[in-house]
Design a protein around this ligand. Structure first.
Ligand SMILES: Cc1cc2nc3c(=O)[nH]c(=O)nc-3n(C[C@H](O)[C@H](O)[C@H](O)COP(=O)(O)O)c2cc1C
Length: 228
């Protein structure tokens, strides 16, 4: 599937029809505790092998990845670190202005694009098929994006925060993306993985490639994997 500006314009206008092919994962009955049509992720662990200080000292942007896929447990742990629910009232690992929670996370793997559902700690298939090469193309040809076994798209629905904070929301949403992404980067280190935050990309094209909904905006791409 090649990206075209015509398609991006159609997506921006809300006219693109995304065909979601049924995958074996999507066809499975929902696991206990997961939302309908979503796959539950392994519960996150609360004890690791690396201290916070060690993770802070070791974090570096790395752009060379071994091709091995990440496990469901690793993917679940990474997404939980960024946006996991950590209290009964729905609060999360990262702070949110007024608890408006504008962030949405997508996990892009060789099998497709999946949306993280924090409330059920599960993944719902957005689209099947490997779009990482297209993601690299629309990220200003940064080829390493295609090599990473996982690319987390940190996206936002700014209107959730703007409904309460008006024009201030633009700042708040960007700050929140920074909080969540730093959690993600430190969790990667703590799992023995490597990552790099990528901010250079064509917004509309990323939205089209990853099947973002109208009103959603991609803020960061975070390729993650094992060091090569
Ligand atoms: C807002 C932001 C955008 C970035 N965008 C990119 C990018 O598009 N491509 C890339 O390779 N690195 C990107 N980086 C990573 C920086 O190049 C990197 O953090 C910097 O060189 C410092 O190195 P370190 O992360 O290893 O400490 C970005 C970092 C930030 C904070």
């Amino acid at each position: 599937m090649a990206f075209s500006r015509t398609a991006a314009a159609a997506a921006a206008a809300g006219t693109l029809i995304v065909v979601i092919a049924a995958s074996s994962i999507a066809n499975r009955p929902p696991a206990p505790g997961s939302a309908a049509g979503a796959d539950a992720l392994p519960s996150p662990m609360l004890h690791g092998q690396v201290s916070l200080e060690e993770a802070l000292a070791a974090r570096r942007s790395v752009r060379e990845f071994a091709p091995a896929a990440l496990t469901d447990a690793e993917i679940g742990q990474l997404l939980w670190a960024a946006q996991g629910v950590t209290s009964a009232d729905g609060r999360r690992t990262a702070p949110s202005a007024g608890g408006t929670y504008p962030l949405e996370l997508l996990a892009v793997t060789a099998s497709g694009v999946h949306r993280y559902l924090p409330k059920t700690h599960s993944l719902r298939v957005v689209r099947s098929g490997d779009v990482r090469a297209e993601l690299a193309e629309v990220a200003l040809e940064q080829r390493f994006v295609a090599d990473a076994p996982l690319v987390v798209v940190v996206a936002a629905v700014p209107s959730r925060t703007a409904a309460r904070y008006g024009a201030r929301a633009e700042r708040y949403v960007a700050l929140e993306a920074g909080h969540a992404t730093q959690n993600l980067l430190l969790q990667a280190v703590a799992l023995g993985l490597v990552a790099v935050p990528v901010g250079a990309f064509d917004d509309a094209a990323v939205a089209w490639v990853t099947g973002l909904d109208a009103g959603e905006q991609a803020l960061y791409l975070v390729p993650i994997g094992r060091a090569r």
